[in-house]
Design a protein around this ligand. Structure first.
Ligand code: SF4
Length: 77
């Protein structure tokens, strides 16, 4: 019996990351505490490095809300 094949690409995935410009304002954490937290030094960190479409609106809001432009979202190939 042949293996079941998946037709077409699955839903897009996105990589969420914070760069070294972060100063720990925590807007990202306020936007979605499921996606962001502050580390022990008080800087933002992502809790979920790769997200699906369901978290895309919150991730985009966090990108827009960071006053340093330190939150980034890249579509995973
Ligand atoms: S990534 Fe931006 S919003 Fe999040 S803690 Fe850092 S400076 Fe603040």
């Amino acid at each position: 019996m042949p293996a079941e094949t998946v037709s077409g690409p699955g839903p897009a995935r996105y990589r969420l990351w914070i760069d070294e410009e972060c100063i720990g304002v925590a807007q990202c954490v306020l936007t979605d505490p499921d996606l962001f937290a502050l580390d022990n030094a008080g800087y933002g960190k992502v809790l979920v490095a790769e997200i699906g479409p369901e978290k895309l609106p919150a991730a985009r809001t966090a990108v827009g809300n960071c006053p340093l432009g330190a939150v980034h979202l890249d579509e995973v190939e």
